[in-house]
Design a protein around this ligand. Structure first.
Ligand code: SAH
Length: 214
């Protein structure tokens, strides 16, 4: 796939739209300029790749709205070399944004075909995150603790394992709630058992489901 001047122009317009909607973290916006979102979508959606929309990526799943990706990424307040666990690799777009920002990324996806497809695209950019085909409810204990954990699907509750696998001072960003609308929550780990909870309003995600799908 090609990244043309036209695509770059469309990305600039998208970034302006994100800025107008309140995204102000320059590092996040720079990463959006660098990562061609159209590489992660099926050819049929090529023209609309830079509109602020969610799209089907196969297996009944969607790539999140650019605004949602930008919003969640901003909440992580990433520093270079942060170790970040992502639940829901999906298309690999969010994973690539995190890599572009210098994070060490670990990402889990429960759909095998999406996991494999994302792996190819991400490696095309020469990023080297660790990608796992598995169930995000269990986290990834072998690489814990993480500076941040980002859940990109709507979780019915906060999984205990994810709380455990966070560093003290670390942030867990998670859309919480069953049904079509979730509340965006950020939990900051104060001690092994205490978390500060912040609420960032309504968002809509595909559900976080248990077990993997071959
Ligand atoms: N970050 C993705 C968003 C994809 S949508 C992107 O940028 O495209 C959310 C993804 O979470 C879906 O691909 C879905 O299959 C996955 N998912 C849902 N429950 C999961 C679980 N328990 N473990 C891992 N992945 C899960």
């Amino acid at each position: 796939m090609q990244d043309s001047y036209k695509h770059k122009g469309l990305r600039k317009l998208l970034i302006k739209e994100l800025r107008d909607k309140g995204i102000s973290n320059e590092k996040v916006l720079e990463a959006f300029m660098e990562i061609p979102r159209h590489f992660f979508l099926d050819l049929a959606f090529l023209e609309q790749a830079y509109s602020n929309k969610a799209f089907q990526i196969g297996s009944g799943q969607t790539i999140s709205h650019p605004y949602t990706v930008a919003f969640q990424t901003s909440l992580l307040e990433i520093n270079k070399n942060d170790k970040i666990l992502e639940i829901g690799t999906g298309s690999g777009f969010q994973t690539s944004i995190l890599c572009e920002m210098g994070a060490k990324v670990f990402s889990i996806e429960r759909h095998k075909d999406l996991h494999q497809k994302a792996k190819k695209i991400i490696h095309h950019f020469n990023f080297t995150p660790r990608l796992s085909f598995g169930d995000g409810f269990a986290g990834w204990p072998a690489f814990a603790p993480f500076d941040s954990i980002l859940v990109t699907c709507g979780a019915p509750f906060v999984p205990e394992e994810l709380k455990k696998q966070l560093k003290i001072g670390g942030k867990l960003v998670i859309p919480l709630g069953e049904g079509s609308v979730q509340r965006m929550k950020r939990y900051i780990k104060i001690t092994e058992t205490q978390f500060e909870e912040e609420d960032y309003g309504d968002f809509s995600f595909v559900p976080m489901l248990e077990d993997k799908v071959k």
